[in-house]
Write a protein that binds this ligand. Structure first.
Ligand SMILES: NC(=O)c1ccc[n+]([C@@H]2O[C@H](COP(=O)([O-])OP(=O)(O)OC[C@H]3O[C@@H](n4cnc5c(N)ncnc54)[C@H](OP(=O)(O)O)[C@@H]3O)[C@@H](O)[C@H]2O)c1
Length: 226
């Protein structure tokens, strides 16, 4: 039977790449964008339904839930994220910048997952949160982008809480590192292209269905230290 994935944050970069890759592999894809004007690239992909969502807006999440009511998702892939104020040390950023970064990267993904949880196949489905190696407390410090890394560490931490509250379930939860990838966020120096990273991630997600538990891994399937 055809599987269905919801990719959150698919206007460009890795989210757009994930929508393409899932579609190439025969999945039905629902892909969200913040700005409806940015749907051209997604509309070129076969089997993609485009929806509008600002992940930081509770009303927007609720409205999406209503529009998708009755659908069953095999995978919810929460990809959306921001880099935050990269050019300033953590001690020089202001409250608004820190608030936006942590709210978008750590709080909003969990709030979205909680809201859409009833739609995800609880026997063999998966929820994937786009984390980063920079969010590893063991290896992230010293790799740069410390505030961003801390926001992804907070995402990992909150994901653990989310998992602990799920109780008995067949769901698999992944905290995923895509590798360092050439996108607006990753920059031109990144060694990986979007296709290599997303092909790897889709493979890992597909393999994880039915496995259960919470795993922190990269696009190649290597497990990362928390
Ligand atoms: N690239 C890398 O090397 C790398 C490495 C590790 C982890 N990551 C993570 O991978 C994910 C995707 O990164 P990327 O490199 O593809 O970044 P990107 O090119 O900057 O794309 C970010 C995506 O997130 C969306 N987004 C941001 N805030 C949103 C919100 N409030 N609601 C809905 N969508 C929102 C953006 O939408 P708009 O177009 O509307 O802004 C865009 O589609 C992020 O979570 C990032 O932290 C990336």
């Amino acid at each position: 039977m055809q599987k269905t994935v919801l990719v959150v944050g698919a206007s460009r970069g890795l989210g757009l790449g994930l929508a393409k890759q899932f579609s190439n592999e025969g999945w039905q894809v629902i892909a969200t964008i913040r700005n409806p004007q940015q749907s051209d690239a997604l509309k070129q992909i076969p089997q993609v339904r485009v929806e509008t969502l600002d992940m930081t807006d509770a009303q927007s999440i609720e409205a999406l839930g209503k529009r998708l009511a009755g659908m069953r998702l095999d995978v919810l892939f929460v990809n959306a994220g921001v880099a935050g104020p990269q050019n300033k040390p953590a001690t020089e950023v202001n409250e608004t910048e820190v608030g936006q970064l942590f709210f978008t990267n750590a709080v909003a993904p969990l709030r979205l997952a909680k809201q859409l949880l009833p739609m995800v196949n609880a026997e063999r489905g998966a929820i994937v949160f786009m984390s980063s190696i920079l969010g590893s407390v063991e290896t992230g410090p010293g790799m740069g982008m410390s505030l961003y890394g801390a926001s992804k560490a907070a995402l990992n931490h909150m994901t653990r809480t989310f998992v602990s509250e799920l109780g008995e379930t067949g769901l698999t939860i992944l905290s995923m590192h895509p590798g360092w990838v050439k996108t607006d966020m990753g920059g031109d120096e990144a060694p990986l292209d979007v296709e290599t990273s997303t092909r790897g991630m889709v493979g890992q997600v597909t393999k994880a269905l039915g496995r259960g538990g919470h795993h922190y891994l990269d696009y190649k399937g290597d497990h990362l230290p928390w």
